[in-house]
Write a protein that binds this ligand. Structure first.
Ligand code: HEM
Length: 495
């Protein structure tokens, strides 16, 4: 029996080494942590928590890019230099993300985030139009209305006790993302029914746990694990939430077709839900499954990243009061008053705020890494990267690389984004939203959201915290999620 197992293992090992021979050949030439065939990089093989993963990403700074890392039987090429990142993000051979994103599918379905290159191209081309400037500008009144409601909620407890930012930022973000993309008013700010928020967080968290644990890659073993039930429950909540939206929208769409020819042949830009409904109901370009996947993806990506970045910005303001005061001075100098709406046309005037948001995204990157899979071999310096290899671009290292950002890379300084300073930095050294054809579809949306919410918040309140940057602990989800409760003291501004 032992002999049969031994022979079976030997054949399996030889087959593995033969099919991956190009990867092993490359692996010999690259630097990176020690590994064993099939088992992979030793410190990862022991199993990592989502928090360990963030620490491990930081350690990529100890090696020079390109770096090899083995996760079980798969090699990852880790990149941390802007010159290397440029090759990958602009290459047509790298339009697909890694197969790790398949773990998203049970929870969110197939959407922009997880689709492979061929399908993704069509979906992205169609959905791009729903993020054009004309549509985004039309969202600003919704942002203002919802943020004013948030300000009045925070005002009730300002000065009394420290608040957990999650309790205020997550509901308003979900309300806004659902209103602007789905045309649905959830009123989470008042109901505090955050089952969907928790479901998304759990789903994204478990996806990362599966990525980090080779044993959980197998569907059979995952089903036997303790995570499966939570994943299933989260997926049910996400699907029933989105399904409710979809059924309601189907009815509305049918009625609108009877009432008028509003959607037929209309050249008017459509918001996301109107477009996907048209693609489903009249053009038949999307299936119902694809529509559900895209809705889930847009809500999850839009909500998670924007809420996390807003919280990071508020914490950074509370930790660097001199920056907070500069933002406040700018708000005052632009004659913005507490009860005013923020106008899209004025946003570019908030130059310091713009630099502050950019620096927060550099200092605490919301998305810690980007992945791609090579569909053909390509060259990085003297190394030939074979087809089928997963590339990992570590944003948390790239955004603090001393060669790009200088000796004070680890200091918080919004003025590094002054035009005279930032032009000296490599174009691919600052990519918190990624860049190239498969970059974030929501960059402009996020920028308008962040500026509007921060003007309302800083115009009304002063934030303080006892937390320091070194206290903040993050875990890898799809974004880097704060483990600590983001507690801040809030004081009303009197002048
Ligand atoms: C500060 C907030 C945000 C940050 C830092 C961020 C960052 C990113 C990053 C780094 C990627 C990966 C790109 C790549 O693989 O090259 C991404 C993808 C994506 N983001 Fe964002 N994002 C933010 C906000 C948003 C918003 C508001 C939306 C939508 C409402 C959104 C929707 C998406 C989608 C759909 C993708 C996948 C794009 C594709 O594959 O075509 N994101 N984002």
């Amino acid at each position: 029996m032992l002999l049969i197992v031994g022979v079976f293992f030997f054949v399996f090992l030889i087959n593995h080494l033969w099919t991956k021979r190009d990867q092993y050949r490359l692996s010999w030439k690259l630097n990176g942590p020690a590994m064993l065939p099939l088992i992979g990089t030793l410190e990862i093989a022991q199993g990592l928590s989502n928090e360990d993963a963030i620490e491990l990403l930081k350690r990529s700074a100890d090696y020079s890019s390109p770096i090899k890392v083995w996760l079980g039987p798969n090699m990852y090429i880790v990149l941390t230099k802007p010159e290397h990142v440029e090759i990958i993000l602009s290459a047509p051979e790298c339009f697909s993300r890694s197969s790790d994103y398949n773990f998203l599918k049970p929870a969110l379905g197939d959407g922009l985030l997880s689709l492979d290159a061929s399908k993704w191209k069509l979906h992205r081309k169609l959905i791009n139009s729903t993020f054009n400037l004309k549509i985004l500008k039309s969202f600003v009144p919704i942002f203002n209305k919802e943020f004013k409601m948030m300000i009045s909620q925070i005002s009730k407890i300002a000065g009394k006790y420290p608040i957990d930012l999650n309790e205020y930022i997550e509901p308003v973000t979900l309300d806004i993302v659902c209103q602007t993309t789905m045309g649905m008013q959830l009123n989470n700010q008042n109901n505090q029914d955050l089952a969907f928020v928790d479901a998304i967080k759990n789903a994204l968290n478990i996806i990362m746990k599966r990525n980090l644990n080779v044993i959980l890659w197998s569907d059979v073993l995952f089903r036997m694990s303790s995570y499966f039930k939570t994943a299933q429950r989260s997926s049910e909540v996400c699907y029933s939430f989105v399904n409710k939206i979809l059924q309601k929208k189907k009815e509305e769409f049918k009625e609108s077709l009877i009432d008028s020819s509003e959607h037929q042949g209309s050249r008017k830009p459509m918001v996301f839900i109107d477009l996907v409904m048209k693609l489903l109901m009249t053009d038949k370009q999307f299936t119902e499954k694809e529509v559900i996947g895209e809705i889930n993806t847009i809500i999850a990506t839009g909500f998670e990243t924007t809420a996390t970045t807003t919280i990071n910005c508020i914490l950074a303001m509370a930790m660097f009061p001199e920056c907070q005061e500069m933002i406040y001075e700018e708000i005052k100098s632009l004659k913005w008053n507490k009860d005013d709406d923020v106008q899209y046309e004025d946003m570019s005037k908030f130059e310091y705020l713009d630099r502050f948001i950019k620096e927060t995204l550099r200092f605490i990157p919301t998305i810690p890494f980007i992945t791609r899979t090579t569909s053909a071999s390509l060259q990085i310096e003297k190394y030939e990267i074979p087809k089928g290899v997963t590339i990992l671009i570590i944003l948390s290292t790239l955004l603090k690389d001393k060669e790009s950002w200088g000796p004070i890379a680890n200091q918080f300084d919004p003025n590094r984004f002054l035009p005279e300073n930032i032009t000296k930095v490599h174009r691919y050294a600052y990519i918190p939203f990624s860049t190239g054809p498969r970059n974030c579809i929501g960059i402009k949306y996020a920028n308008i959201f962040l500026k509007t919410i921060l003007i309302h918040l800083v115009g009304n309140f002063k934030f303080k915290t006892e937390l320091r940057m070194s206290d903040l602990r993050y875990e890898a989800s799809v974004s880097a999620k704060l483990i600590n409760k983001p507690m801040v003291y809030v004081e009303k501004r009197i002048d």
